[in-house]
Design a protein around this ligand. Structure first.
Ligand SMILES: [Zn+2]
Length: 235
């Protein structure tokens, strides 16, 4: 008996095709994801490189000293302060827009966070207030060892974890990454702000290089990346 000429696929053929597509998707999806993340990481690194060159130009103008965390503003009513992101604006190539200076320095992993909210300074032993509980503003750039970071992905400031203890796990990955007492209205004033580049963050070091550091190394002060917890150490 002559077989009936089939049209279309049998169920088995269809399942095989679906299986192959699923395998290809499983292989390609992480590739697409990592290409996207690589792009974000490199935009973020270029932000930090710009900060590095602005810091170095600022230090040239100020006897080798880095900007303070904040200072009395040269504009506006008395009592207004400029944060470091405003202080370095004249040295930033990509500055634009509003006077408060939070419209630049955006990490693509958290486009809702800008400027001081997107990048944290190594506080207070490298970048501190000019006069506040013994703080002495910015350190001397040429006295900071090259393994010590100056600015990192994060929120506002990161108090050196060699000095203050992180006791809260913000991203629930089993690693204590934040000082619980410094969370106010959902804003983290000390610790990990929850934006990650593949389980780590970008850091600007004192010699101007920018490197990715795993969150674990960042939190545990591996290789002494936070420097020594002394106000006079790098002055
Ligand atoms: Zn970033």
């Amino acid at each position: 008996m002559a077989s009936v000429k089939r049209k279309g696929f049998t169920l088995i053929e269809l399942l095989v095709v679906i299986g192959i597509i699923a395998i290809l998707a499983a292989i390609l999806f992480p590739v697409f994801f990592s290409v996207k993340e690589q792009g974000k990481r490199s935009v973020c690194k270029s932000n930090l490189r710009q900060v590095g060159s602005a810091f170095s130009m600022y230090a040239n103008d100020w006897s080798g000293v880095l900007p303070p965390f904040s200072q009395v503003a040269s504009w506006g009513p008395t009592g207004v302060t400029d944060l470091w992101t405003q202080v370095i604006r004249p040295y930033m190539a990509a500055r634009r827009g509003a006077h408060v200076g939070v419209d630049y320095l955006v990490c693509p992993t958290r486009p809702d966070l800008r400027g001081t909210y997107a990048y944290a300074v190594n506080y207070p032993f490298i970048i501190g207030y000019p006069s506040y509980y013994g703080q002495q503003g910015g350190a001397r750039l040429d006295r900071i060892p090259r393994n010590v970071l100056v600015v990192s992905d994060g929120w506002i400031v990161v108090y050196c974890p060699a000095w203050w203890r992180f006791d809260s796990d913000q991203d629930r990955d089993g690693l204590r990454d934040t000082m619980a007492a410094t969370i106010e209205n959902g804003v983290i004033y000390n610790g990990w702000g929850g934006k990650k580049h593949d389980g780590g963050c970008n850091c600007l070091f004192s010699d101007g290089r920018v490197e990715w550091v795993s969150l674990k190394d960042w939190v545990t002060n591996k290789r002494g990346i936070w420097g020594e917890a002394r106000f006079d150490r790098y002055r």
